[in-house]
Design a protein around this ligand. Structure first.
Ligand SMILES: [Mg+2]
Length: 256
């Protein structure tokens, strides 16, 4: 299937030349959100939250009262504790997250639903095939172990060289700064915002990309509808990553 990858990645030479002349910087770091951007778990992520609450604290499932998209795990747990009447102590948070990763692993193994979002493997391959491949990392509200369990399950974990996770900071916008700094360290110099591309599926992903001055590609493969994403003015908006052209995006093209 390599010919398909090459064909999709092709950018007309005049476009590349025009970009070079415009002085735009090429993207050196691409940061991906996970849920709804790289993968869909078919409801298993939310179910693992519900099971963790029930098995650890004996409380009924109240996950239907929570909006999950784009948020960090600790902020979701605190809200869940509020609805369920669990004291949000550090010890309870830690007990919950231990149970959560257990259930996540177990339920993913049992589930036949979910999988990578359309175009993900092809887009990652396009990035690797670029003449100067950017560093590829994660910028996610998942805790690190939860991210690893999910991405390993779908064979994607090894595609990423670095990441910023909810264990690093519960605030999504500060997480973006941590991801930028780690990516900069791997690149050997401080990256500017326009050298970073954030890929996500919710308005919160667009916002956290903006927090570090990054370019943002929004994809409508998660919970947020195209019209809603458009209101938040990402640099690019695509139905899925199948329509993405890595070479044009990393060159900073106005149209992809
Ligand atoms: Mg998401």
């Amino acid at each position: 299937m390599m010919s398909e990858v090459s064909a999709a990645a092709a950018v007309p030479a005049p476009l590349v030349a025009a970009l070079a002349a415009s002085g735009r910087r090429a993207v050196r770091l691409v940061l991906f959100d996970i849920d709804g951007t790289l993968i869909r778990t078919g409801g298993v992520g939310v179910l693992a939250f519900a099971r963790a609450l029930t098995s650890t604290f004996g409380r009924p499932d109240v996950t239907d009262r929570i909006r999950f998209g784009g948020r960090t795990d600790p902020s979701l747990v605190r809200e869940l504790f509020g609805h369920a009447g669990v004291d949000p102590t550090p010890e309870n948070l830690s007990r919950f997250l231990d149970a959560y990763v257990f259930w996540l692993d177990h339920l993913l193994t049992e589930s036949r639903n979910g999988g990578p979002c359309p175009g993900v493997q092809m887009f990652l391959e396009q990035l690797r095939q670029l003449p100067q491949p950017p560093t590829v990392g994660l910028l996610t509200g998942n805790i690190r172990l939860g991210a690893e369990i999910k991405l390993r399950h779908y064979g994607l974990w090894d595609a990423f060289e670095m990441g910023a996770f909810a264990d690093d900071d519960a605030d999504r916008n500060r997480l973006a700064g941590i991801a930028r700094d780690r990516g900069s360290a791997l690149c050997g110099r401080e990256l500017t915002g326009d050298e970073i591309l954030v890929v996500g599926d919710t308005p919160l992903d667009i916002e956290c990309g903006r927090a570090i001055g990054a370019r943002v590609l929004a994809v409508a493969t998660g919970g947020a509808r195209t019209e809603v994403l458009r209101e938040h003015r990402p640099d690019w908006l695509l139905p899925t990553l199948e329509e993405a052209n890595a070479e044009a995006l990393c060159a900073g093209a106005a149209v992809v």
